[in-house]
Design a protein around this ligand. Structure first.
Ligand code: MG
Ligand code: ZN
Length: 376
């Protein structure tokens, strides 16, 4: 009898431990790295344009886990890029124009500040000035997005390890006469103001900066070339280079999709969207090989009320018809719109991004899946 009880006990224990093991195996592994790609002003129609106007298959088609965000800011139904990026970088809804500060103008800790004490590196890439609203929210705190010189000073005083974009003038041609490029050098940065370099030439440095335009980078269709893809690849290589402390967070912004929308210029918008899609491909290529990288692609809001409409044509008798075999790009506003914005996720933790939620949840979900906010 006693023997039977022991055997039964053993079986129960075995079943129990078996269940425990399964549970452990089913637990999602925390990603080591996160690459957040933000298409400024990129709604579903902007994304859809790649499926009609890109010659190769869009990288957006490589995702399985997709969600939607509401992007309203604290005071307005329709957000601007500053409030939009503050939601992603700091996890709070704030007023339009606010950079890394809450609705009451108090500073809010951003992702870079949360992770740098844990020796997790960070990188920022944009096709605007690096001081512009979207990248700024990841390192600066300012009541107004317009204060580009103050924002540049915040970048020098931040723990960002790699950045690439435009904006040289806010660093070395300032109203206070300061030379922030020198200050960056003193902090261990290697700086290039002419072109992106090969990884081998920056490998030995702890920090690297590329400021390749006085203000914003030129449009993709002018002479920006494949800057965004190249900078994304270089940033990933640089942040991932050390055996120890190779964990990183990187934000990549396709800044000018928004400007094509504001200008109601379909060709400008589509060329920027395709360029951004190329950069998404670089992030996914790395994540596929690495296996420990979470890639999240979203937008801060939609711009232009963009539509891929059918083209209105006239018959011989003068009556009109819609030609369903010819897309005509149309806009309904010169500003932003309030539509929900898609979120695409790949890699460990990507299931978390399915559903309909607020833009601030992007921040929460990144921290939840990576466990970067935990005390240990
Ligand atoms: Mg932007
Ligand atoms: Zn805009």
């Amino acid at each position: 009898m006693k023997f039977k009880k022991i055997i039964l006990g053993c079986i129960v224990l075995m079943l129990f431990s078996c269940k425990q093991t399964t549970k452990v195996n089913n637990e999602v592994i925390a990603p080591k790295n996160v690459i957040l790609l933000i298409g400024d002003g990129t709604g579903l129609t902007q994304i859809s344009s790649a499926f009609y106007f890109k010659e190769t298959s869009p990288n957006y088609a490589r995702f399985k886990h997709i969600g939607l965000i509401n992007t309203s800011s604290s005071r307005e139904d329709i957000t601007d890029s500053a409030a939009g990026a503050t939601a992603f970088a700091c996890g709070v809804k704030t007023y339009n124009g606010a950079v890394g500060v809450a609705n009451d103008s108090t500073k809010v800790e951003n992702l870079v500040e949360i992770i740098s004490p844990k020796n997790i590196k960070s990188g920022l890439v944009s096709t605007s000035s690096i001081t512009h609203a979207t990248p700024a929210c990841f390192y600066a705190h300012n009541i107004s997005r317009g204060s580009a010189e103050e924002i540049a000073l915040d970048l020098v005083n931040s723990d960002v390890d790699f950045f690439a974009g435009g904006g040289t003038g806010y660093f070395n041609n300032r109203s206070d006469g300061k030379d922030l490029l020198n200050e960056l050098k003193e902090k261990g940065f290697t700086i290039d103001t002419t072109s992106l370099s090969d990884f081998s030439s920056i490998q030995q440095y702890s920090k690297a900066a590329y400021l390749l335009a006085e203000n914003h980078m030129p449009p993709a269709s002018e002479n920006r070339g494949d800057f965004l893809s190249k900078a994304t690849e270089l940033g990933i290589q640089f942040l991932n280079k050390d055996e120890e402390n190779s964990n990183f967070f990187m934000m990549v912004e396709g800044s000018q999709v928004d400007w094509g929308g504001h200008a109601n210029d379909g060709a400008y918008l589509v060329s920027e969207l395709i360029d951004f899609d190329d950069a998404i491909g670089k992030a996914l290529d790395f994540a596929e090989l690495d296996g420990n990288t979470l890639v999240v692609v979203t937008g801060d809001h939609e711009t232009g009320g963009f539509t891929l409409a059918s083209t209105i044509k006239k018959r011989e008798d003068g009556s009109e018809y819609s030609d369903y075999d010819e897309i005509s790009m149309k806009f309904s506003t010169k500003g932003h719109s309030a539509t929900l914005i898609p979120v695409f996720a790949y890699g460990p933790g990507s299931e978390e991004f399915i559903g309909v939620y607020e833009n601030t949840d992007i921040f929460e979900k990144i921290l939840k899946m990576t466990k970067w906010r935990s005390e240990d």
